[in-house]
Write a protein that binds this ligand. Structure first.
Ligand code: PNS
Length: 159
């Protein structure tokens, strides 16, 4: 049984995340989408809201479970006995940062491998912060997030 973890903030989930999740779910028997609680950053959506949006857009994937995690990623990886940490790469900036994190994670725990998955063309330049920025000015989110969560984002940003 091949267990994978795809961690992130998902504030909110974008089509870029969904691209990586759908492709990872094909190569893992079980995929945990792990939503990170970062006490230093104030997210737009609460943990429960981020999980709900993920559940709504990932309902078609039977082997995906959405969970919250706090603290070090490697502790969660150990807890669920995962074999693989999946990281999506959009560009060389992501690579620089993720390579460093993969290295640190490997030093802390060598029981799981980090695998880098390149973003699909078309969703390469998406990020949650761009989604929040466009929504703030009531811009069109069609290419960035699924239709079924767009209202939640406008409502949240609009206050
Ligand atoms: O979606 P994001 O914000 O780019 O995700 C970043 C995340 C949550 C994957 C990363 O910050 C993380 O793994 N945080 C947990 C703390 C940790 O384990 N850090 C690695 C030590 S170098």
């Amino acid at each position: 049984m091949r267990i994978a973890v795809y961690p992130g903030s998902f504030d909110p989930v974008t089509k870029g995340h969904i691209d990586i999740i759908e492709r990872s779910a094909k190569i893992a028997d079980k995929l945990y989408v792990a939503v990170f609680i970062n006490n230093e950053k104030k997210p737009l959506f609460t943990m429960e809201e981020r999980k709900q949006l993920l559940r709504r857009v990932l309902g078609h994937l039977d082997n995906v479970e959405i969970v919250a995690f706090e603290g070090l990623l490697v502790n969660f990886v150990k807890q669920v006995n995962a074999d693989v940490i999946i990281k999506g790469l959009r560009d060389s900036k992501d690579f620089e940062y993720e390579f460093q994190m993969a290295h640190a994670n490997r030093i802390m725990y060598d029981g799981a491998e980090t695998l880098f998955m390149p973003s699909s063309p078309g969703v390469q330049y998406l990020s949650s912060s761009i989604v929040r920025e466009i929504a703030r000015y009531n811009g069109n989110l069609d290419g960035l997030v699924p239709e079924c969560i767009q209202k939640d984002i406008y409502d949240k940003i609009g206050g």
